[in-house]
Design a protein around this ligand. Structure first.
Ligand SMILES: Cc1cc2nc3c(=O)[nH]c(=O)nc-3n(C[C@H](O)[C@H](O)[C@H](O)COP(=O)(O)OP(=O)(O)OC[C@H]3O[C@@H](n4cnc5c(N)ncnc54)[C@H](O)[C@@H]3O)c2cc1C
Length: 312
């Protein structure tokens, strides 16, 4: 049996674009693939998944215990259906990074992390050392392959597919040791950082949480996600789920605008795959200008209000 199972990520209403990126990786692996969607009232999400090009079957598992993205419940369910698959893929998003190691552990295998390129069904490339080196990974072929797909490295599969839809009852019991309390997301209603086509970020130079309103208001004017450097997060100017970089989120927007961010290697790692990088920094020697497509040596506290005025 050489077949791939992709675990769909969604927010209960919309399929996360990371699923279509995993599909591109599965296509490169070269085996038929199914997508599993877990949660409740899944009709619309399953229909979105069925459009992903190359998908054989979209399996919907509708159960109360799967409504919230609790890794303990989702992992147990995936393991219960793992028999028919040689490969199990999930996205390298917060959801996937929480879920996939648990699946790997339950199956007794090592996880392959952050696949950025496929060389063969068990042969991959992935970045290490903050993206400064690319390592070749040869995974064993006699055990199941559990892997995360580095979503910033893959384009979404097209949406002209017509997969079969299948409903399946949950096969794993709900966990008794973990319960869902709530979700606090820093970005508010703004686009999810890891799938936004535009991202506006602020660094330490923002100097306060109040000043971050400049970032949020500009982001809202152009329909962008809001990000931050680790220094800004550590200083308490914004929540840590906004952090972009090696120990934050790896993103690949078409447009990335950085205000008052110096361009440390750990930050650049998170934006390497961005289409156009715009940097505003008052230090002409700031390293971010080495990677920026457009650089402006200026005070962000002047530039942002001017940009907003132009957009109004
Ligand atoms: C293991 C490890 C992991 C890390 N992971 C991450 C990570 O995931 N993400 C991340 O971002 N960092 C990460 N870091 C931290 C990283 O090394 C830097 O310390 C951090 O990115 C610096 O943030 P910054 O650019 O906001 O601050 P600074 O480096 O202090 O830069 C502030 C910049 O603002 C400019 N500036 C000041 N005032 C203004 C103004 N008024 N207008 C315009 N520009 C102005 C300055 O010229 C300066 O370039 C990590 C570090 C380590 C060791």
């Amino acid at each position: 049996m050489t077949k791939t199972l992709i675990i769909a990520e969604h927010d209960g209403h919309t399929l996360n674009p990371s699923t279509a990126k995993c599909a591109s990786c599965a296509t490169a692996i070269g085996q038929p693939f199914d997508i599993v969607v877990m949660g409740s009232s899944l009709g619309e999400i399953a229909a979105q998944a069925a459009l992903i090009d190359g998908t054989s079957t979209v399996i919907s598992v509708d159960a109360e215990a799967l409504t919230k993205p609790l890794a303990c419940n989702h992992a147990a369910e995936v393991v219960a259906m793992a028999d028919g698959y040689s490969h199990i893929l999930g996205p390298s998003t917060t959801y996937g990074r929480d879920l996939m190691p648990r699946i790997a552990a339950l199956l007794g295998v090592n996880q392959v992390s952050d696949i950025s390129n496929v060389e063969g069904a068990y042969h991959f490339k992935r970045p290490i050392y903050a993206g400064n080196a690319i390592v070749d990974v040869q995974a064993p072929e006699d055990v199941k392959l559990v892997a995360t797909v580095r979503v910033a490295s893959w384009k979404s599969a097209s949406d002209n597919g017509s997969a079969t839809l299948e409903d399946r009852a949950a096969a794993a019991p709900a966990s008794g040791h973990t319960r869902y309390v709530g979700l606090e997301a820093g970005g508010g209603e703004r686009p999810d950082l890891q799938s936004a086509s535009r991202v506006v970020s602020g660094g330490r130079a923002m100097a306060s949480a109040e000043n971050f309103d400049l970032i949020y208001s500009l982001a809202d004017m152009i329909g962008a996600g809001a990000g931050a450097s680790r220094a800004a997060v550590d200083a308490g100017y914004c929540p840590n789920d906004m952090q972009v970089g090696q120990t934050g989120k790896i993103i690949s927007p078409d447009l990335y605008i950085a205000f008052g961010i110096s361009g440390a290697i750990q930050h650049i790692t998170g934006i390497k795959d961005a289409g156009t990088i715009v940097a505003v920094n008052k230090d002409a020697d700031a390293p971010i200008f080495e990677v920026a497509d457009i650089g402006l040596v200026a005070d962000l506290f002047k530039v942002i209000p001017e940009m907003k005025q132009l957009l109004e």
